[in-house]
Write a new protein. Structure first.
Length: 200
């Protein structure tokens, strides 16, 4: 009972933060860079990571995978509470990375173009069970790109977690073929006419 109340308080706190500090910019774009992905509220992200770890830990992941840069804060917190490493896909290949890499393209809603997602084979390999965590689940295209990287490495996608889901963009359905548990902490069903409407 107490645990249920704590979880409810977290979700309510996250929703309140989205309403008060988030901005609906239109075209399905929700600006939350004041507390998730530019300036980060570490206490809120730690709470979100704890909850995602609680919900998805039964999938027995061995690594968390995300995309730079906006997914890093919730993914780090989730990995911490699971006690496993985090790997984040780079968008540019540094000179320190090996010549042979795992690379895929994914469309970026906020950038309006395809972006590269790159992971070194040093940090993602066979026998890994990968939990993909991101700030948003919207169309699902970034998460599908991360799943392709995991599969290219011979790893198994064990689950998917997001802080915020925009259910009206159909991402959950796009990921259904992966046949893994999908968890989102705050689910937004409508952003038309400047609104931010949450699922009950």
């Amino acid at each position: 009972m107490f645990e249920t109340i704590v979880k409810r308080l977290l979700i309510d706190s996250l929703k309140l933060r989205i309403i008060t500090d988030g901005k609906n910019l239109g075209n399905g774009i929700l600006k939350v860079d004041g507390f998730i992905n530019h300036q980060v509220d570490p206490v809120l992200m730690d709470d979100c990571g704890r909850e995602l770890a609680s919900r998805l830990g039964r999938a027995q992941p061995t690594k968390v995978l995300t995309a730079e840069i906006s997914g890093i804060a919730p993914a780090v917190a989730t990995a911490r509470h699971l006690g496993i490493p985090l790997v984040y896909a780079r968008k540019q290949k540094p000179i320190t990375m090996p010549d042979q890499i795992f690379l895929t393209l994914a469309p970026s809603h906020t950038k309006g173009r395809n972006v590269e997602l790159i992971v070194s084979p040093e940090y993602l390999g066979r026998e890994e069970r990968v939990l993909i965590v991101d700030d948003f689940l919207a169309t699902g295209q970034t998460i599908l790109g991360l799943a392709r990287l995991a599969q290219a490495a011979g790893a198994t996608v064990a689950g998917i977690g997001a802080v915020i889901e925009k259910s009206f963009e159909g991402g959950r359905a796009a990921l259904a073929h992966l046949n893994v548990p999908i968890e989102a902490l705050a689910i937004i069903t409508d952003m038309s006419d400047g609104k931010i409407v949450f699922a009950e």
